[in-house]
Design a protein around this ligand. Structure first.
Ligand SMILES: [Zn+2]
Length: 279
């Protein structure tokens, strides 16, 4: 998104994708598709114009979603805040879209990873909502068996320092929760144990914010190739299947924090296919 934001409607809901920035991740094959068979992955990558032998880094978009119901402004995820030099632009791009950050009533956090919770401090007066299960996981002794020690220590340290200032103001929810009429937070575990997604409907039109349940477009055709950072890879696969099925059945606009833009999902021989709203 060249302008830093993109607006569309879902029924009566005015929706804005807001770019927080981008980040380059090293060793993307091991990070995104650790369990994928080499030859199958090479052919999937080739379909996306990527050479399996020469893919040094994956440049990921960071995309927050703002839903204006007419009465309330609800922000999904907050970006990386001060954590990364090329991110933390959610407030700047929100203003570019003509939306004042002070007008955001409610901030929903899909999960506690730093790229999603890092900007929560930019919205000091908003209600902040996240999963109770997610909060308990990260403020307890999180087990992250798939991650190498240095990555695990870095991640848990960052998450604890970001969650600590939110302790007094966060509202923790258990299970599926209605946020506003027609707008529901739903359990979508796998990427993290308390990961949540959002389903919205208005006047027969539908919207899904998947957070990190679908990180890369290749996961849309290959549900079983869970990323390395997914704490519960099998649950992650089931969640992807459920959200993508719902998106295909309801012709929903589908948004993921790391996907390049909003899209629609259809079923095809391989499973699901992605159709970007604007290329
Ligand atoms: Zn993320």
């Amino acid at each position: 998104m060249e302008t830093g934001f993109f607006q569309f409607t879902v029924g009566n809901l005015q929706c804005t994708l807001i770019t927080d920035g981008k980040h380059a991740y090293a060793d993307p094959k091991a990070l995104l598709f650790p369990d994928a068979p080499e030859a199958e992955l090479a052919s999937e990558l080739a379909m996306h114009g990527i050479s399996a032998d020469n893919w040094p880094c994956w440049v990921s978009d960071y995309t927050c979603l703002l839903i204006d119901t007419g009465k309330r402004k609800i922000l999904l995820d907050t970006g990386a805040g001060e954590m990364l030099p090329e991110a933390g632009k959610v407030v700047e791009n929100m203003r570019a879209a003509g939306i004042s950050p002070e007008s955001v009533d409610c901030v929903l956090i899909s999960h506690a990873h730093p790229d999603h919770v890092g900007g929560a401090g930019y919205f000091p007066d908003a209600r902040i909502v996240m999963s109770h299960r997610e909060w308990q996981f990260w403020t307890g002794s999180p087990t992250l068996p798939r991650l190498p020690d240095d990555f695990r220590n870095l991640l848990t340290g960052m998450v604890s320092s970001l969650l600590a200032p939110l302790r007094e103001r966060v509202e923790l929810v258990d299970g599926d929760t209605e946020i506003a009429p027609g707008i529901r937070l739903v359990e979508a575990p796998g990427h993290t144990p308390g990961h949540m997604a959002l389903l919205a409907a208005s006047r027969g039109e539908h919207l899904i914010y998947a957070g990190d349940a679908v990180i890369h477009k290749i996961h849309i055709r290959n549900l079983q190739w869970s990323p390395l950072v997914d704490v519960l890879p099998d649950e992650s696969t089931r969640t992807r299947n459920r959200l993508l099925s719902e998106a295909a059945d309801n012709r929903a606009v589908f948004v993921g924090f790391h996907l390049p833009h909003a899209g629609k999902i259809s079923r095809d021989d391989a499973g699901f296919a992605w159709h970007q709203l604007v290329v």
